[in-house]
Design a protein around this ligand. Structure first.
Ligand SMILES: Cc1cc2nc3c(=O)[nH]c(=O)nc-3n(C[C@H](O)[C@H](O)[C@H](O)COP(=O)(O)OP(=O)(O)OC[C@H]3O[C@@H](n4cnc5c(N)ncnc54)[C@H](O)[C@@H]3O)c2cc1C
Length: 398
């Protein structure tokens, strides 16, 4: 008969994506006993020498960069591979209106960075491994979850149990922990898919993020090193299926046209992958000794590249609330503490979600006179430097 083993934690995080891995590093700094579970082993040993880029990349804001810096994880990303973008150009397929965000105009060295998700996660997990009080439980599935008054117990593979004061669901859009807590989400499917791929462009990308709004959905080119870009091309399901089935040469031609050849001819240098897009917001962010963070609590359209950044803002607030509880010698899993986190996050997240939804609808509308108004609006906004810079600073999180 094998003996069952029990591991005790102050905080157990399920999900070692960008959000869960960041949270583990931050709570490790508070000297708590932290467990980080993932069903997979996320990240790769991406050391930046790898010729191909990973398909999943994120535009990381200055605010998120500061979080990584405060956790001493940023350097590990820089040493692998990060690509700054200094400018951003946004325009509409239905006219000549365009906004140009320029870091020099803002007095900043850059607007943000494009970073492969695997680079972010690998650097964070390296940092977590260096903290003695953080325990990584990768390739681990979770079984039964038993909610108690004083602690939550999770059954793991190999007759191991994990007992924790606070359980965090950072397990993504289809969160098992959210379902376990019976928390419903509100939202809808966009009936769209985002096609992602890495491309080489004929003309230099000028360290600029390019975004064109087409009637079928937005197309973004995010700059990478060696003249490459990562594309995120959102389309309705039928169009996305058609684009996915095109031969590479035909896809290249369609993609180059969709960007109005601003970067000349475009050539695929990776596979293509498509992700169905939906909006979802959890009705509650908390349960009994449980909190949700990141995509487990909210998923948004990737048109402004804010999903991971929002999740990192959740992390910052959650860590502050936990630190306050520790300082006051209070129970870090108590309902009052968790409510404080929820109050801090929910309103701000809703505002961001509403803003993204507004953009999506505004740029998606093709009924006259909206396209003309939209173009006039872009022109006016581009000339109204103080308002434009305010928007840019808000998007950068500074
Ligand atoms: C095409 C596209 C482009 C995007 N671009 C950007 C961008 O430029 N900038 C930006 O900020 N955001 C962007 N986003 C959004 C961003 O990718 C997500 O918001 C972010 O990755 C969510 O991170 P997370 O850690 O919350 O969840 P996830 O990345 O989903 O991680 C969840 C983790 O939990 C693990 N897991 C799940 N279930 C279990 C379980 N039962 N047991 C154990 N482990 C489990 C998974 O293996 C995974 O590792 C984009 C999204 C898409 C679709």
């Amino acid at each position: 008969m094998t003996e069952s083993k029990s591991q005790q934690f102050d905080v157990l995080i399920v999900g070692a994506g960008i959000v869960g891995a960041t949270l583990a590093c931050a709570l490790g700094g508070l000297k708590l006993r932290v467990g980080l579970i993932d069903a997979r082993a996320p990240g790769t040993q991406n050391d930046g020498d790898k010729a191909e880029y990973d398909l999943r990349v994120s535009a990381i804001t200055r605010a998120s960069e500061n979080i990584f810096k405060s956790l001493s994880a940023w350097q590990g990303m820089v040493e692998r591979r990060v690509s700054p973008f200094r400018d951003m150009r946004v325009w509409d397929a239905g006219g000549r209106g365009e906004i140009h965000f320029d870091s020099a105009e803002l007095g900043e060295p850059y607007l943000g960075h494009t970073i492969e998700n695997s680079v972010i996660i690998t650097a964070l997990l390296d940092r977590a491994r260096s903290q003695q009080n953080v325990c990584l439980l990768l390739n681990q599935t979770i079984g039964e979850i038993v909610d108690g008054q004083e602690a939550v117990t999770l059954r793991l593979a190999g007759d191991v149990t994990a007992v924790t004061t606070l359980l965090v669901g950072a397990d993504g859009a289809r969160s098992q922990l959210r379902q376990h807590a019976g928390i419903e989400t509100r939202g809808w499917s966009y009936g769209q898919q985002a096609i992602v791929a890495t491309v080489q462009t004929e003309l230099p990308h000028q360290e600029t993020a390019w975004q064109r709004f087409l009637p079928t959905g937005p197309l973004a080119f995010l700059p990478l090193e060696r003249g490459c870009c990562s594309i995120v091309w959102s389309n309705n399901d039928a169009k996305a299926d058609e684009l996915m089935s095109l031969a590479a040469d035909d896809f290249n031609a369609a993609l180059g046209d969709a960007l109005e050849r601003r970067l000349g001819a475009v050539k695929l240098i990776s596979e293509r992958a498509a992700f169905p897009l939906s909006l979802a917001h959890a009705e509650s962010y908390i349960g009994q000794r449980l909190v949700l963070a990141g995509d487990a609590a909210h998923t948004i359209h990737p048109l402004a590249g804010q999903g991971a950044n929002l999740g990192l803002a959740d992390v910052a607030d959650l860590v502050e609330v936990v630190a306050m509880a520790l300082e006051a010698k209070k129970d870090i899993g108590s309902h009052n503490m968790l409510r404080r986190y929820e109050r801090r996050r929910k309103g701000g997240n809703l505002v961001m979600m509403a803003a993204m939804e507004g953009f999506y609808r505004f740029f998606g509308a093709s009924v006259a006179p909206l396209p003309r108004l939209r173009n006039m609006g872009l022109e006016l906004m581009n000339r109204a430097t103080p308002i434009k810079n305010l928007i840019a600073r808000r998007a950068m999180g500074i």
